[in-house]
Design a protein around this ligand. Structure first.
Ligand SMILES: Cc1cc2nc3c(=O)[nH]c(=O)nc-3n(C[C@H](O)[C@H](O)[C@H](O)COP(=O)(O)O)c2cc1C
Length: 195
């Protein structure tokens, strides 16, 4: 797929067909975890793939499936729970080549969350490249999800990526029009040479 076409197709999709995604496609998408950028190559990303229908339904409950529309999270045949292990960053940034004045640096931003965003985008683009669509939902009931999936205590839940084949009406003109009407002018967002 041409990259410009991938970019144009990058939407958060909340309508999916129920057809399963071939395991090798799921694995191909999951493997991008090793290509995602990370501060200092800390590699704090973690990915948990859920396809079992009953578990998907419970994951959806933790993500408040009904707050946006109805039942879109559990319909997606593949759920990818994105996690991040902050300790990987502290471990990495206390190695000799990363110390500042003998100490772990003051973090300009929590790089583990910065990297989580980059990871989300990479997963999304990889899925689009495979002819799939993705959405994203945050998980207000993170501790319930942790218990459900046996996530270790040192892995924070970033959110859930829904993956599947888009339904015919996956991207509705009314939604697109609404986003277009909300889109900030480019000049509010980008400037050149000085602000
Ligand atoms: C950090 C983050 C959290 C989001 N949380 C949710 C969510 O909980 N539920 C949801 O339906 N969409 C969620 N979204 C999707 C946004 O609503 C969506 O990206 C935005 O409206 C722009 O639409 P587009 O991505 O289709 O262009 C989230 C996106 C991001 C990046």
């Amino acid at each position: 797929m041409e990259f410009q076409d991938v970019l144009a197709a990058r939407r958060m999709v909340r309508r999916y067909r129920t057809d399963p995604v071939p395991p090798e496609t799921v694995e191909r998408i999951a493997r991008v975890v090793r290509r995602a950028p990370s501060a200092g190559f800390s590699q704090g990303h973690r990915l948990l793939v859920v396809t079992d229908p009953a578990t998907r339904a419970r994951v959806a409950e933790c993500a408040e499936e009904f707050h946006y529309e109805t039942e879109w999270i559990s319909v997606a045949p593949v759920l990818m729970v994105l996690g991040v292990r902050e300790d990987d960053y502290h471990d990495r940034y206390t190695q000799p080549d990363k110390l500042q004045d003998g100490k772990e640096m003051d973090w300009p931003a929590p790089y583990w969350w910065v990297d989580a965003g980059a990871f989300l985008t990479l997963i999304q683009l990889s899925a689009i490249d495979a002819g799939l669509a993705t959405g994203f939902a945050t998980v207000p009931r993170g501790e319930e999800l942790r218990a459900l999936l046996g996530l270790p205590a040192d892995i924070a839940v970033v959110g859930v990526v829904t993956v599947g084949y888009p339904a015919e009406d996956a991207v509705r003109p009314a939604d697109t029009a609404r986003l277009r009407s909300m889109r900030k002018p480019l000049e509010d967002l980008v400037r050149y040479e000085s602000w």
